[in-house]
Design a protein around this ligand. Structure first.
Ligand SMILES: Cc1ncc(COP(=O)(O)O)c(C=O)c1O
Ligand SMILES: N[C@@H](CCCC[NH3+])C(=O)O
Length: 418
């Protein structure tokens, strides 16, 4: 499903022209489609069918309250990595019993907050973390439900910065060490061992790395079972890729069918942590061209959006499609191969390089597939206000996060008394 389409030379989000959103809420601005979010979650739910499962949306991909609310209403669980994300999910109506807590640096306060909320499970990533959770649970007089995130040493075949399942990565517990950790965990008074987890990376475009990882993890599940440690769930993580450019990722359906075959005959609830594959193509980023700058060597489109708004191109050299919001014929537009750059004082501040565009100053551009790891990775670099976020639902557009103001930014800071 693509909720962003052209009609009469105008780019729409569902039934709302992006030009109207820009006029009302200004630019730069993120726009999300409710229907696409729901559709993307349902793709997993339909593929899982009556398999016992829980789809836990990875909140880090896009944590806007309206996004969480839309997914919670459709029954999603949530994968969180901080106390802040826990607060967001609960504020958006997510159910504590459908929350799993991932991440490798959980603080005592975060653990306590999650235990008090009675979340479903902690995915632990180290032995000191296990001990910390045990101690905090003891202080509260409860048993903490725990699953070990195993690092299966599988190459996910993705960008090195977002590959997580190799032994040199900081994530998870080495699969060769995991058995001993389970034995220790099972013996702790305030820990209840409930599951096993692995997440090997993000933007995966092939099924095989998942299946390799699952084989390794299931063989550990069998060893544990033989030793009397019975697990209730297997969490396969997230990571399924989307189409940004020429990638050909499998659909959730294909992936889930292959995973279900591996899981056949096992009495394990299947858990998932998809982020990007739910949010990325449900969002678009709109920005206005301030100036066109033509030099002897290059043509630049200087826009009002920047790396502080959408970091992926600068951080990973990521390619995201950039299209004009209006394609109406106009003699004012000049056609060149442009670098689309922001006003931030860094040469790495670009949203796209070498893009063939027919544009004029004042035009709006849209960056596709920006719903995941877009706004959430934005910053105030260069004292820029973070962008507005808008959600479209049919023919209605609502502001779901107001543009920051300079007063707001300065209100967080103080000067010394003298
Ligand atoms: C533990 C964990 N779960 C889930 C995700 C979500 O990944 P993705 O957005 O690629 O589906 C991530 C990010 O890679 C993660 O680190
Ligand atoms: N931030 C990354 C994905 C990180 C995945 C988190 N574990 C991206 O934009 O592609």
């Amino acid at each position: 499903m693509n909720p962003f389409y052209y009609q009469n030379n105008e780019l729409f989000a569902e039934q709302v022209a992006l030009r109207n959103i820009a006029a009302e809420y200004g630019t730069p601005c993120y726009v999300y489609s409710r229907a696409a979010l729901e559709h993307n979650l349902l793709a997993y739910e339909n593929a899982l069918g009556d398999t016992p499962h829980l789809t836990c949306y990875a909140v880090k991909a896009n944590s806007n309250l309206a996004v969480l609310d839309v997914l919670a209403r459709k029954g999603a669980g949530f994968d969180i990595v901080s106390g802040g994300e826990l607060t967001r999910v609960l504020a958006a109506g997510g159910k504590a019993e459908k929350i799993i807590f991932s991440g490798l640096g959980k603080t005592e306060a975060e653990i306590e907050q999650a235990l008090q909320a009675e979340i479903l499970c902690f995915n632990i990533e180290s032995e000191p973390e296990l001990d910390r959770i045990n101690a905090v649970a003891a202080g509260l007089g409860v048993r903490a439900p725990v699953s070990v995130r195993v690092n299966p040493d599988v190459d996910a075949g993705t960008h090195p910065y977002i590959s997580t399942g190799l032994k040199e990565n900081k994530f998870g517990i080495d699969i060769n060490r995991a058995f001993a950790v389970y034995e220790r965990a099972a013996a702790l008074d305030n820990i209840r061992v409930t599951g096993i987890d692995c997440h090997i990376g993000s933007q995966l475009t092939a099924i095989d790395p998942y299946l390799d990882a699952i084989d390794r993890v299931l063989s550990l599940v069998d060893q544990l079972s033989a030793a009397g440690i019975q697990l209730e769930h297997f969490d396969m993580g997230g990571g399924l890729g989307v189409v940004y450019h020429k990638e050909t990722p499998p659909s959730p359906q294909l992936l889930i069918e292959a995973v279900k075959r591996k899981m056949e005959g096992r009495n394990l609830v299947l858990m998932l942590e998809p982020g990007r594959s739910i949010a990325a193509n449900a969002g678009i980023f709109i920005t206005r061209i301030e100036f066109l700058k033509h030099t002897e060597h290059k043509h630049f489109a200087i826009i009002d959006g920047a790396m502080n708004d959408l970091l992926r191109p600068a951080l990973y050299g990521a390619w995201q499609e950039i299209v004009p919001v209006s394609t109406a014929p106009s003699d004012l537009r000049s056609e060149y191969v442009y670098d689309v750059v922001g006003p931030v004082c860094e040469s790495g501040d670009f949203l796209g390089k070498d893009r063939e565009l027919k544009i004029a100053a004042g035009d709006l551009l849209a960056v596709r597939s920006a719903g995941a790891y877009g706004f959430v990775m934005s910053s105030n670099y260069n004292t820029r206000n973070r962008a507005a976020e808008v959600m479209v639902d049919g023919d209605n557009a609502s502001l779901v996060r107001q543009r920051e103001t300079i007063d707001y930014q300065l209100s967080l800071e103080n000067v010394l008394a003298e």
